[in-house]
Ligand binder design. Sequence first.
Ligand code: 8YV
Length: 318
Amino acid sequence: MSSIDVLSVTKLSPFYEAHLREHFVLHDRLHDTDPSAFAKIAPRIRAIAASGESKVSAELMAQLPALEIISVFGVGYDGVDTQAAKARGVMVTHTPNVLNDDVADLAMGLMLAAARQLPAADRYVKEGKWPNGPMPLARKVSGTRLGIVGMGRIGQAIAQRALAFGMSVAYTARSAKAELPHPFYATPRDLAAHSDYLVVITPGGAGTRKLINAEVLAALGKNGVLINVARGSVVDEAALIDALQKGVIAGAGLDVFESEPNVPEALRQMPHVVLAPHIGSATTATRQAMGDLAFGNLKNHFAGQAVITPVPECAVKG
Ligand code: 8YV
């Protein structure tokens, strides 16, 4: 594999990048940094290394006649034009399952942090305010109603954790899952109307763009809290800011944003909002597992073996 040219389209985790450099000729974001050098090596590129947030457009693929595989370091691949890849016979792989626990943990963490005001509590003690009196009372999590938008692998891992908190769980998804005991609502609006906390963990992309809009937020109501660990595109950010400013909902915990890494000033100023910089899968153990899987997909492909985790669109139907 040592002579195979790979283009990375994102700054990759250092250990994953080092691993790729050991086995491939890695061109780190050359298309962005040096277009004329890129034009020379483009015909040799046989693989793209991307992350969950990367954009891999049909235009980029069109410049790479030898492209065979796009390996995404992440479960989400909404930035990859899979239709164009399929039409060209380019394989697309991702890293499902290995990050389920981390993303579900973060969803619970944001829920607890937003409800119990943990960042404010931390500042309260550190800034020496405690001797002047207690903090304002916060919002209860245990025993309340959780609505999950998107009931795939990570949604189910969140449900499992919520049950241990004595929460009732309901969900919405493209269709009801007969094997799950939780109530199904056909729309995010109906689910929100029956939830105290609404967690968004649906794939990104055109099919879910602004799924969580002003109407859904109004249904969640003034005691409701929105948690987003999916993609910024799934929530209408302007509608969310408006709802938070007007008290239409009580608060939010957000790991993802419409235009990362830029977060609107309005959100950054809000005391009832807890923010994180897209860290759903960002633990050492999980990033290692994601790197191993993303690398394993490339290795298998170039060894002439079946890839481990193709995206559903590229999976061979049995
Ligand atoms: C990113 C993610 O891939 O898995 C996903 O879909 O969004 C993340 O895990 C990760 O931040 C690497 O950039």
